[in-house]
Design a protein around this ligand. Structure first.
Ligand SMILES: O=c1ccn([C@@H]2O[C@H](COP(=O)(O)OP(=O)(O)O[C@H]3O[C@H](CO)[C@@H](O)[C@H](O)[C@H]3O)[C@@H](O)[C@H]2O)c(=O)[nH]1
Length: 470
């Protein structure tokens, strides 16, 4: 009888990371039905409704258990979101140990695949005799810069933003220090120390699975996979994206509205699973959308206190439309639609009426936009999003990046100008053509003999052979 191949998976305590690693797991068991995945989920507070409804889509050969949740209110005041996510895993390591122990007694997993934000769990692989892998949801460019940061940290002492020249990591577009990942903007911070610790852990694993593909990031992927690079084996397995998203009645309403619009006429505006703007920036964005005269569909969130935007994890019942400028909804009722909190993003990006995406440049949103051929306005807020914005606007030329004023605000005239550039005229045509090519490449990567599909099969074969040898 054919043996079942067991894999244990540990996501990061963040909606988009949970979804990405589990979408990969879904693809793995779909392509290789002799595989079974068991997932242990760290959580911050209670799981969001979007996470719960996503978990209901898992097939029977993927099992999951929640680890005891870490309550953000029990953590020291002012703990950054990155540190909260990190603690959601570290504080539950004893439970994870217990859970892996009982799993190993029943059905020993051959490999432990751990999300990049849960890297502390990697130590358990050795103890339970499993191969260890990092699942890395962001871009290959980010991974290449991460490894390069270890070198840069030794060779320089100033803040990276004060370096006179852009930084050139192997195979990557040059990136100015101020555009580096947010955790590296203050080298004395706890977030930076955590980041370096995490990257060092990555160096000793059996492999790193990245959610990217050769055609979108040829330079960094070739540099990362080059023999003698000194990195662990890197496996590009993307683009892994959600197959469908949900958002109840609001979602239905927005799709009904999209059905009534002209092809490629609507700009979709969304800042990911939790990105939020300051009140001043919400006002500028609203007026900029209005001035552009283009149709829009905007997912609105409560304002953040940071001028340049931040991540807000709380779901609450406040009326989000109160944060819009007076009279805006009435004036734009024929021009746009505003949707509070959450939209069905996949259904929106795949809708024929959508012609542009103003995005915070989370890597999942980028891949979803690429797979549906929608060019972007690249409006990074936090994390590694500034690096992604450079890749899209300066590298791939499928996005336009707004100019930010000295107070960290993108002004209304700039917003309106960029929307016009994205949605009409020669610039729009060039961006759409570049995106069309990328869309085709992204579809090919996961076809029968596509580059990423081959990589997944290569990994599966390696894991299967190990089980059959024992
Ligand atoms: O109204 C919404 C908003 C978001 N989404 C989905 O939520 C996910 C958002 O993912 P992403 O675009 O990557 O944004 P974040 O959740 O902010 O992603 C975090 O994780 C990414 C991968 O590591 C990083 O690139 C980002 O910087 C980091 O903020 C996507 O699948 C969207 O389809 C919806 O379905 N509806």
């Amino acid at each position: 009888m054919e043996k079942t191949i067991h894999i244990a998976v540990i996501p990061g305590a963040w909606y988009s990371h949970l979804v990405s690693i589990l979408e990969f797991s879904k693809l793995l068991v779909q392509l290789h039905p002799d595989f079974h995945v068991t997932c242990f989920i760290p959580t911050l507070g209670s799981p969001s409704s979007a996470s719960k409804s996503f978990l209901q889509t898992l097939p029977s050969n993927i099992g999951y258990t929640f680890l005891p949740p870490v309550n953000p209110n029990d953590l020291p005041q002012g703990t950054s979101v990155e540190c909260q996510i990190h603690l959601a895993t570290t504080l539950t390591l004893p439970y994870l140990h217990q859970a892996l122990n009982s799993l190993t007694l029943r059905t020993p997993p051959v490999a432990l695949v751990v999300d990049s934000l849960s890297a502390e769990a990697l130590d358990l692989a050795k103890e339970f005799n499993m191969l260890s892998y990092v699942y890395f949801p962001p871009a290959a460019t980010t991974l290449s810069f991460y490894f390069y940061l270890l070198k840069l940290d030794k060779e320089t002492s100033c803040e990276y933003r004060d370096l006179p020249e852009p930084i050139q990591a192997p195979g990557c577009v040059p990136i100015r220090g101020r555009d580096l990942v947010a955790q590296a903007q203050d080298r004395s911070s706890q977030s930076y120390k955590f980041l370096l610790q995490r990257i060092k852990r990555f160096c000793s694993v059996d492999g790193i699975l990245i959610n990217s593909f050769l055609e979108i990031e040829k330079g960094p992927i070739e540099a990362l996979t080059e023999e003698g690079s000194g990195n662990p084996a890197v496996y590009p397995i993307g683009p892994i994206i959600q197959t469908r998203t949900e958002s109840g009645n609001n979602g239905m309403e927005c799709l009904t509205w999209l059905h009534k619009q002209q092809p490629c006429s609507v700009l979709y505006v969304s800042f990911g699973s939790g990105g939020a703007l300051s009140q001043e920036q919400i006002d500028e964005l609203a007026i900029g959308l209005e001035l552009s005269n283009h149709k829009f569909l905007w997912v609105v969130r409560a304002p953040s206190s940071s001028a340049s935007g931040a991540y807000l994890s709380a779901e609450n019942d406040v009326d989000l439309l109160q944060f819009l400028p007076p009279g805006f909804l009435e004036r734009t009722k024929e021009q746009g639609m505003v949707i509070p909190s959450w939209a069905p993003q996949i259904e929106t990006l795949s809708h024929r009426s959508v012609g542009g995406f103003l995005s915070h440049c989370g890597w999942n949103s980028i891949l979803e936009s690429v797979m549906h051929g929608v060019p972007l306005i690249t409006w990074p807020l936090f994390g590694e999003q500034r690096m992604n914005a450079v890749v899209l606007s300066e590298g791939l030329k499928v996005g336009l990046r707004p100019r930010v004023n000295d107070n960290g605000i993108v002004e209304r005239e700039e917003i309106s100008k960029l929307i016009k550039g994205l949605m009409e005229g020669e610039e729009c045509e060039n961006l759409r053509n570049n995106m069309k090519e990328l869309k085709e490449a992204s579809t090919n990567a996961l076809k029968e003999d596509g580059s990423s599909r081959k990589t997944i099969s290569q990994l599966a074969l390696k894991w299967r052979n190990l089980v059959h040898e024992n």
